[in-house]
Design a binder for this molecule. Structure first.
Ligand code: AMP
Ligand code: MG
Length: 328
């Protein structure tokens, strides 16, 4: 073999081994009470595994801070004591509560973490719901204005009795946003991180967009739309995630703060935008607001779009999307 050929063969061999190591890596886990998934492109198997492990560690850390199911979480301490005295919390929980209150202001109270003051009376697994009298008794505690933040002392105080908060409408988006930042810091340029209905996309799918489907709320496995996305977040709130049926009515987990009952105008609300914390909070908001007020809100914001499946199964698009396929 000529030297030039030998050199070429070595280069080809190096390229081949290089290519063999570069691959898509995928993993799944159950954290924050939901199914999670990471898929990323990496040229190094060990680096990929380490990156995925760091995502799961981050998700578990956030869950320990913000889960109302864990008695020793910061948020459980707030719910126990904040009606009696200001409760000191870390900057991270304080920040997400502050962002939630901003969203309440923006949505005229459709998004409201104090929904939990009546929300805790529903048990979707046991199929239990509150009576009208129980809802009436709990409803005065549902008002985001009861939640007082002292930024300097870093405390949360509830200005009324019976107030409870829950970050279920925004924490998964926050978690996937954090995960995406961790992956980028490790040099990952192509990835998707999903937690339940919330996904954060890093980069493209190597030369093409990621395709994210919006499922048919009444036929799992069927899609009502497919959106090509690059470097974006997408959140879907659906009445099929957690629900039970009684007397022909679907009692699901997204509560209209004004009535204390499940919001009824929408089957699913999807929001696309640059930040998953934001798209998560907004998808829950649009679900509660309904098609008309929800799309008016989305169209008033510069960098987000929405797709709604209404209570009759009809599709509605925000003005930046207008028709299917014109997603970006
Ligand atoms: P998502 O799937 O993001 O819409 O989140 C649904 C979760 O948000 C529910 O399981 C509750 O924990 C929480 N939630 C329900 N109703 C509201 C509301 N009106 N405002 C804020 N969070 C809510
Ligand atoms: Mg949400």
């Amino acid at each position: 073999m000529h030297r030039a050929h030998a050199f070429l063969a070595a280069v080809v061999f190096l390229l081949a081994t290089h290519d063999a190591a570069a691959a898509w890596h995928e993993d799944q886990a159950a954290i924050m009470g939901t199914g999670m998934r990471v898929e990323l492109w990496s040229e190094d198997e060990a680096a990929a595994r380490a990156a995925i492990a760091s995502v799961w560690r981050e998700m578990r850390r956030i869950d320990r801070l913000m889960s109302t199911y864990k008695q020793d979480s910061e948020i459980s301490a707030v719910n126990r004591d904040a009606a009696k005295r200001p409760v000191a919390v870390g900057a991270e929980l304080l920040g997400l509560i502050a962002e939630s209150l901003e969203l309440s202001r923006l949505t005229d109270g459709a998004f409201d973490i104090t929904y939990a003051s009546v929300g805790y009376l529903y048990d979707y697994r046991a199929g239990r719901r509150p009576t009208d009298a129980e809802i009436d008794a709990a409803l005065p505690a549902v008002d985001w204005r009861h939640v007082r933040i002292d930024e300097n002392a870093r405390t949360i105080f509830f200005a009324a009795p019976g107030v409870r908060i829950d970050l279920g409408g925004i924490a998964k988006g926050y978690a996937v946003e954090r995960a995406a930042a961790l992956l980028r810091a490790r040099g990952i340029e192509h990835a998707i991180v999903t937690a339940g209905g919330d996904s954060r996309i890093v980069g493209d799918r190597r030369g093409k967009p990621w395709i994210v489907g919006i499922r048919d709320p009444r036929a799992s496995g069927r899609m009502v739309a497919r959106l090509p996305l690059v470097d974006e977040a997408i959140s879907t709130s659906g009445d099929y995630e957690r629900f039970f049926e009684a007397d022909g009515v679907r009692f699901h987990h997204i509560i209209a703060p004004a009535s204390g009952q499940p919001a009824s105008q929408v089957r699913s609300a999807t929001v696309i935008g640059p930040n998953a914390t934001r798209t998560d909070g907004l998808s829950t908001s649009v679900f509660v607001l309904g098609p008309e007020r929800g799309l008016a809100l989305i169209d008033s914001l510069p960098d987000v779009e929405a797709v709604i499946v209404d209570a009759h199964g009809r599709l509605h698009y925000s003005s930046g999307l207008e028709r299917p396929g014109k997603a970006t």
